[in-house]
Design a binder for this molecule. Sequence first.
Ligand SMILES: NC(=O)c1ccc[n+]([C@@H]2O[C@H](COP(=O)([O-])OP(=O)(O)OC[C@H]3O[C@@H](n4cnc5c(N)ncnc54)[C@H](O)[C@@H]3O)[C@@H](O)[C@H]2O)c1
Length: 438
Amino acid sequence: MNKRPGDIKPATGKLGVLIPGMGAVATTFIAGVEAIRKGHAKPIGSLTQMGTIRLGKRTDGRSPAVKDFVPLSSLDDLVFGGWDVYPDSAYEAAKKAGVLSNEDLAKVEGFLRGIKPMPAVFEPEFVKKLNGTHVKKGKSKLDLAEQVMADIAAFKKEHGCERLVMVWCGSTEVYRQAVGVHQTLAAFEQGLRDSSPDIAPSQIYAYAALKSGIPYANGAPNLTVDFPAMIELAKKMNLPICGKDFKTGQTLMKTILAPGFKARLLGLEGWYSTNILGNRDGEVLDDPESFKSKEVSKLGVLEHILQPHLYKDLYSNIHHVVRINYYPPRGDNKEGWDNIDIFGWMGYPMQIKIDFLCRDSILAAPIVLDLALFMDLAQRVGFHGIQEWLSFYFKSPMTPEGLYPEHDLFIQLMKLKNTLRHLRGEELITHLGTEYYD
Ligand SMILES: NC(=O)c1ccc[n+]([C@@H]2O[C@H](COP(=O)([O-])OP(=O)(O)OC[C@H]3O[C@@H](n4cnc5c(N)ncnc54)[C@H](O)[C@@H]3O)[C@@H](O)[C@H]2O)c1
């Protein structure tokens, strides 16, 4: 059923963006939005701010800006809050993260200093390399969730927000699979009351967000909202959820290149990827258990794009290796090296080498912005459950049970834009050339 423009609730009033984990990504995002509002910078990398969408036939010449086509909150209406295990203001955290220059930070210093994180829900068991003390104490995990709900309500009141969204930008938690307590909402709530050791801090934030009527997006690879109990809660509350793991850096490159190899039916023998990074994220990922979450999230990409079951001769024997090396001198300016062994006509081998001198948080910040705005749109439209149309932004997109994730960046973009067209009752664009029949 196509929605008509009138069906979408307007994006009036303030939109609060709540962020568990106010580190490099979160502070780069917030500082950037403020710099853009003040006219010091442009929202480069953001589809909601710079993207356009073609409507109708190519000859129609209709390509409005995405933000004029669907009602999105204006950047001026965004307010920010969050939680961290360290009490540093957004300014101090941004300084420590070392992503933005002192000169850029100075222009938004007062604004960033005014954003102080609320005490976190934290358990060192889930992020072994951190030892922050700015943390909540509670009688049970349910008590902690209720404290987060109280924080949310207080923030909403203090800032006069009409609506809120939550985007997890906290550290990557250790790798855990969903177990009994994650299977139903009733089991999860019992687990909260019993302080089940299987319930991670990120899941407590997600529960608190959904119970408070707030959409939740997950920027890290840990489960957070990707298990049946949370999907059940999202449906019950009629709320959108999405994740996992912002698609930046090396995986972004992979999902740009691999569809190209497949399109041209070039074979792949191996893809060796290594990263050198020196920020706090790198330090957390130096712990093998946190790295495992990341590895699982990064490895699935090639198989789903290349479909070896359909292209046996080309992709059934791929050596795919992903490494992350913590090397402090690199700071946030990661170096991503890829060696790709491909083969062509008659099996002749070729190699591609990529050395991506990338800035992780610079790539991630516009994703946080787009997710905040699109998740708010999704809620106003009445979308609920997993938002697959936002797979474009994730390394390991959440999918309903039984479906495989779509990783190809270009298919993801088409899905996103077609979802927007559908929302406004515009024709979907299939790129079918009907002129041959004329
Ligand atoms: N930078 C990227 O390009 C990128 C890409 C994909 C995913 N991610 C993920 O985004 C997350 C943030 O990355 P970053 O570079 O900003 O890392 P970061 O280490 O700079 O920031 C993470 C922050 O989360 C805080 N934190 C940890 N556990 C918390 C909890 N339970 N409650 C509240 N705060 C908590 C930490 O103290 C830290 O300040 C990581 O999980 C990372 O893997 C980042």
